[in-house]
Design a protein around this ligand. Structure first.
Ligand code: SF4
Length: 402
């Protein structure tokens, strides 16, 4: 009797895992952008360009230092690399920065940039200086799918995820503008990063993780994970992975404590409800009293700002035993916004009620209102301007940035 032939493929024996290089797409000029590559990808890019492995390893180490510690964008300054080799690199590679379309400085020192990708997508970043620190608010996507009703970015369609290079490029550009190269452990103006710009970072998980790994690398930008905060609207299934694979601080856009109101303000709530979200916060790896989870709460008049709301928030934080602090954000309206900001005394009373329960609940001072620093506002305003006007402004700003 004939035995039937096996229809499945044979199962191979043990093989060593082979790192798969990221598919590196050359730019229009044929060169490959090194910004945003991991150490391995950087080495492999050199090997793919026919540098022999030992050389590639050494050059990758040197390039890493120049790119992320010294902020170099030009191979000619890399003086510990032989001149011929610098020329060779320059023919094949670039180290880019996002294009600056518009840069503004507020009377309170807040700086905001509208940036443009190679394929013509605009996104924003904001730098907020304080007496003893400076925070860069970084975007993860162009537009957003989540349509939070109080958020201006939520009114734009999602265009695409930003790449690791475009995400880390924001930090590099801010360092350029602040004159913070080489990377110093002390005395920096850019001390903190919040993934709180345009987009939902957990819907662009891999790119955000890879970019933040570059930001945290001790031989490069060297920002501690304790100084980086990832803010999510509540993508519950990705939260544990974020804690394990990135390990940064967590902020959650809570904004309401009843299903009805949160369903309206943060529509993602219809998918992952409040209790599920708070359980995921309780399970977040690494959260403790020294590293508390921040709950963002935007103050909307007659919507989520009653005493009962504050008390229910306290009850929920206690129920899930959350090491938490609450950030109260006075709503920053834009033309046509569907809400108004709560009155200042209402915000103060709301804050008091939470503080009295032993939970920190500071009111965030609005920053950069004169330059529309709230997320998404600069991009919208720019879309109303003509292309020629924007090009002229970009040239002026680039010149001003030196
Ligand atoms: S708040 Fe964040 S998640 Fe919500 S729409 Fe705005 S950018 Fe998207």
């Amino acid at each position: 009797m004939n035995h039937p032939q096996p229809i499945t493929m044979p199962i191979p024996g043990h093989i060593d895992p082979v790192p798969v290089p990221r598919d590196l797409k050359p730019r229009v000029d044929g060169r490959i952008d090194l910004l945003g590559l991991s150490r391995d990808d950087l080495r492999m890019a050199l090997e793919t360009a026919q540098l022999e492995p030992k050389q590639a390893k050494l050059r990758a180490k040197q390039l890493w230092h120049w790119i992320y510690n010294r902020g170099a964008t030009d191979f000619t300054v890399m003086t510990d690399i032989a001149k011929d080799m610098r020329g060779w690199l320059d023919q094949r590679f670039v180290v880019s920065r996002p294009e600056v379309v518009e840069a503004q400085v507020s009377t309170d020192g807040t700086r905001k940039w509208l940036l443009r990708s190679d394929d013509g997508q605009d996104y924003e970043m904001v730098f907020i200086p304080d007496a003893d620190r400076g925070t860069l608010c970084v975007s993860s996507q162009v537009g957003c799918t989540l349509n939070c009703r109080f958020c201006h970015t939520g009114t734009m369609k999602l265009v695409r995820n930003l790449t690791p290079g475009e995400i880390v490029g924001q930090v590099m550009l801010a360092r350029d503008a602040l004159g913070e190269w080489p990377s110093q452990p002390e005395g920096r103006m850019l001390t903190n990063i919040v993934m709180m710009g345009m987009g939902e970072p957990l819907y662009n998980f891999d790119n955000v993780r890879d970019a933040l790994k570059l930001v945290m690398d001790g031989d490069g930008l060297a920002l501690s994970k304790r100084r980086i905060t990832l803010s999510t609207a509540g993508v519950v299934p990705m939260m544990a992975r974020a804690g394990e694979e990135i390990g940064v601080n967590l902020a959650v856009s809570l904004h309401a404590i009843t299903k009805d109101v949160r369903d309206e303000i943060v529509p993602l709530n219809r998918k992952y409800g409040i209790e599920e979200l708070l359980q995921a916060c309780a399970d977040y790896p690494g959260a403790n009293n020294a590293r508390r989870i921040t709950f963002e709460y935007v103050m909307l008049k007659d919507k989520n700002d009653r005493d009962e709301d504050a008390l229910e928030l306290v009850r929920l934080i206690r129920k899930y035993r959350l090491p938490a602090k609450v950030n109260l954000i006075p709503f920053n309206p834009w033309p046509g916004a569907p809400y108004e900001c709560s009155d200042p005394d209402r915000v103060a009373r709301f804050s008091d009620l939470i503080f009295k329960a032993g939970i920190s609940a500071p009111v965030r001072t609005p920053r950069g209102r004169d330059i529309m620093a709230a997320c998404g506002q600069l991009k919208s305003a720019a879309e109303k301007k003509s292309r020629a006007e924007l090009d002229r402004m970009a040239a002026e700003k680039q010149a001003a940035l030196g």
